[in-house]
Design a protein around this ligand. Structure first.
Ligand code: FAD
Length: 524
């Protein structure tokens, strides 16, 4: 029936949390080198050591002199599968990372100034006769009798009441069994947490700045990396988690970067923390401003804030003052400025090197997709793990799966900019009028006619996600699925009214998010 908007699609869900033991063949890769110790590096180390630590040596090289990006604090529900793979105790993990629960993202001022809608992770209502619930809602709205779409989803209704509890496993027919959550956490503490897990499982960390990459003369594969100290680290399989520097995939192997700035206009971010305020909201907030948008990520210890903007339409000074004047509490540090280029590496697995994390590509954090992409890349590496022969067919398959995933997420993010009715600034006029990929135009056309939305193959975002953003940003379809008319108006009203009241009753019994954290996982 109901399923998470961002479901545990494809590859990751198929991986069983069980280490691979036993004797490995002569052609098995025995030396894996991970370059970089940010979120990507330690996620890769934690997963590989859990599944393959018995079979191969895993080393991670990082330099304390080169800071990690230090942001990346909001996630989507797929991270729960990653935690399960690592046997992570969720309460302990939240205590150690100052973590909170996340049920969705609130978008403020996107369709028009003054608008606010939530993209919740849970699905919307229940389907009837194989027709998705939102079609019934579209008709009731045309009749002028529908409540806000948010009232038909347990996740979004709970957000609006500031409530949270874990999904109840033995209530499959109740909305309380359908609560889909992710987390907010402190990025630095998360990397530390994963490092502790990884080192306990045998990962060897080497401190030092890499100054050179040596390629094999015969085939151009990576042979080793050389540190400033002169130490040379050899490996058979290299995972490039060196961030935007892309030391291996970009600098050594010369794989070009595909720039998507013409579709994703923002290219700068400013990050700043501020003190925590009550109530502790169970969702991220994304507030649109005149040339970009501001994130608000509530942690137990502080609120993470940032402004993502387009340097073509806003100066750094204006962006900084916009951000600082929209904080809930005084800033706790100096704002940090982070330039970026939206897009992806044309290939992320080349020869014996896979790029994971920022070295492989970057989406602005509007839908919190980057940590998911790290996890998904690691899942695919495990599923297509090479032997020493490195078969090109495996590599091609990996690259094509990653390309598909990136392009579908790209379209979803562009939608947030394109589907606006704002006319108050040159930035929003540009976004409204810009050309978009044909694949996204097709989705917009489908929805605009009869409210239809589809999840394509194993793409990340499900129908409910597309519908919530399209409706939330004022797209109004001409019609709805014709089967809806088989229901009388009175039955239609009763069907949706029942969903709304059951969801409200469930929300009423849920505890406040802050109280739930206090009871289960308060950080010391
Ligand atoms: P980094 O953190 O940059 O790590 C690079 C590592 O490589 C470091 O350890 C460094 O020491 C090492 N290194 C580099 N060069 C060398 C060298 N020469 N020698 C040795 N070591 C070297 N994602 C989300 O999912 N949710 C979010 O809310 C979110 N928000 C974001 C907000 C912003 C503004 C930005 C820019 C990103 C955000 N992201 C978010 C993305 C997320 O931060 C990254 O995907 C994640 O942190 C992974 O980064 P990384 O490990 O690839 O790179």
């Amino acid at each position: 029936m109901l399923r998470p908007a961002t479901a545990d699609s494809s590859v990751w869900a198929a991986i069983r949390p069980r280490a691979l033991k036993g004797r490995m063949g002569a052609a098995t890769i025995k030396d894996v080198v991970i370059v970089g110790g940010g979120t990507a590096g330690w996620m890769a180390a934690a997963a590989l050591s859990k599944l393959m630590g018995h079979a191969c040596r895993i080393r991670l090289v990082e330099s304390d002199e080169i800071a990690t990006i230090g942001v990346g604090e909001a996630t989507i529900p797929t991270i729960k599968a990653f935690n399960a793979l690592l046997d992570i105790d969720e309460d302990e993990f939240l205590r150690k990372t100052q973590g909170t629960f996340k049920l969705g993202i609130e978008f403020v001022n996107w369709g028009q100034i003054g608008d606010a809608y939530i993209h919740g992770f849970g699905s919307i209502g229940a389907s009837l006769g194989n027709v998705a619930c939102h079609h019934y809602w579209l008709k009731l709205r045309q009749l002028g009798q529908a409540a806000d779409l948010e009232r038909y989803s347990i996740n979004t209704a709970a957000c609006r009441s500031g409530k949270y509890m874990r999904s109840v496993a033995d209530m499959p027919n109740s909305p309380l069994g359908e609560i889909a959550n992710a987390f907010h956490f402190d990025a630095g503490l998360y990397a530390q947490y994963l490092r502790t897990l990884s080192e306990a499982r045998g990962v060897v960390r080497t401190e030092g700045r890499i100054v050179r990459t040596i390629l094999r003369e015969t085939d151009g594969f990576i042979d080793s990396v050389v540190l400033e100290s002169g130490e040379r680290i050899e490996g058979e399989f290299f995972i490039d988690c060196s961030g935007t520097r892309a030391l291996l995939i970009g600098q050594a192997l010369g794989v070009p970067y595909e720039d998507w700035s013409h579709w994703l206009p923002c290219n700068r971010a400013i990050a700043v923390p501020c003190a925590s305020v009550s109530p502790l909201l169970p969702y991220t907030r994304a507030t649109a401003h005149s040339a970009g948008w501001q994130w608000r990520i509530p942690l137990q210890s502080r609120i993470g804030n940032g402004l993502v903007y387009s340097s073509q339409f806003m100066s750094q000074d204006e962006a900084t003052s916009t951000l600082l004047s929209h904080l809930d509490a005084p800033a706790l540090a100096e704002p940090r400025h982070i330039p970026f280029v939206p897009g992806r590496r044309k290939k992320t697995w080349v020869k014996n090197c896979v790029a994971v994390g920022l070295s492989s590509g970057f989406f602005e954090p509007i839908e919190s997709t980057n940590i998911h992409l790290i996890q998904s890349a690691i899942g695919r590496v495990i599923s297509l793990f090479p032997n020493a022969g490195f078969h090109q067919a495996d590599i091609d398959e990996y690259n094509s799966q990653i390309q598909f995933e990136y392009e579908r997420i790209r379209d979803f993010i562009i939608l947030h900019y394109k589907a606006t009715q704002r006319t108050d600034s040159p930035f929003w006029n540009h976004c409204r009028d810009m050309a978009i990929p044909d694949s996204l135009q097709h989705r917009i056309d489908l929805f605009s006619s009869n409210g239809r939305a589809y999840r394509e193959a194993a793409e990340l975002f499900a129908e409910a996600s597309w519908v919530q953003v399209m409706v939330g940003q004022r797209m109004r379809p001409d019609g709805y699925h014709p089967y809806v008319d088989l229901l009388s108006d009175a039955d239609l009203k009763a069907f949706l009214g029942n969903i709304e009241s059951v969801i409200q009753k469930c929300v009423d019994v849920m505890p406040l998010h802050e109280a739930y954290i206090g009871q289960h996982c308060a950080a010391s």
